[in-house]
Design a protein around this ligand. Structure first.
Ligand code: AP5
Length: 217
């Protein structure tokens, strides 16, 4: 049972790789972004509170996201966890140490996806998903085989995230540089950090991560 953090700016591929690891290794993807979007869609008080913050590309409060991760850890079994988009601040990193220790878990790796920011803006601004099954697509890199029809479920409805416009993406990147990248030394000091080339293809990034998890890197 391995517990890992995927760290990288918006669009680095954290969600893509976390979903793959969940499917191939039976680990559990813990995406605070997805949890917050679920809260919004469900119209819960937390969802209402975070809506404006997320749409502006700013960070939601440490207390809210830490509580969400704690609840999710308690709701899942002993499978390994992939923390996707958490922690994002020093306070969240310290809170995660406590959450793991309280549950007898240890952190194995912090995998940093090293990427080029301008390319990421292109990746994010072009992405969209099937509104029915969530299958991911991209304006430039991955259109449905039949235009306007989902390859997976046949739906003709698609959606884009409200925070996936260029201006908000730039704000999200600035938040990453100011608040998230500075937590790397906290993990480097303890020997947890491994780096992968996030600009490689999805399959190549996956292979680099698998090598780390299998102890070959
Ligand atoms: P969140 O949902 O976590 O968004 P993010 O970190 O900005 O990350 P993304 O989901 O945009 O990108 P990703 O790295 O997962 O890349 P993906 O795999 O999708 O957070 C959203 C908001 O919620 C935040 O702004 C904040 O407000 C709030 N929030 C969340 N967590 C928080 C926390 N802990 N504290 C406070 N606030 C929090 O890939 C992107 C695109 O690229 C896709 O189209 C994909 O198909 C494509 N792609 C992926 N890999 C490759 C590749 N190797 N080559 C080519 N294309 C690729």
């Amino acid at each position: 049972m391995q517990n890992i953090i995927l760290l990288g700016p918006p669009g680095a591929g954290k969600g893509t790789q976390a979903a793959r690891l969940q499917a191939t290794r039976g680990m559990i993807q813990m995406s605070t972004g997805d949890m917050l979007r679920e809260a919004r869609a469900g119209g819960s008080p937390i969802g209402e509170k975070v809506k404006a913050v997320m749409d502006a590309g700013a960070l939601v409060s440490d207390a809210i996201v830490t509580a969400l991760i704690g609840e999710r850890l308690d709701a899942t079994g002993p499978q390994g966890a992939i923390f996707d988009g958490f922690p994002r601040t020093q306070a969240q990193a310290e809170a995660l140490d406590i959450l793991l220790a309280e549950r007898g878990r240890v952190l194995d790796f912090v995998i940093e996806l090293v990427v080029d920011e301008d390319e990421l803006v292109r990746r994010i601004v072009g992405r969209f998903t099937c509104a029915n099954c969530g299958a991911p697509y991209h304006d430039e890199f991955k259109q449905p085989a039949v235009p306007g029809v989902c390859d997976v479920c046949g739906s003709t409805e698609f959606k884009r995230r409200p925070d996936d416009n260029e201006q908000t993406v730039r704000t999200r990147m600035a938040e990453y540089r100011a608040k998230t990248a500075p937590i790397l030394p906290y993990y480097e000091q303890r020997g947890f950090v491994r780096r992968v080339d996030g600009m490689a293809s999805v399959d190549q990034v996956a292979a680099q991560i698998d090598e780390i998890l299998d102890g070959a890197a």
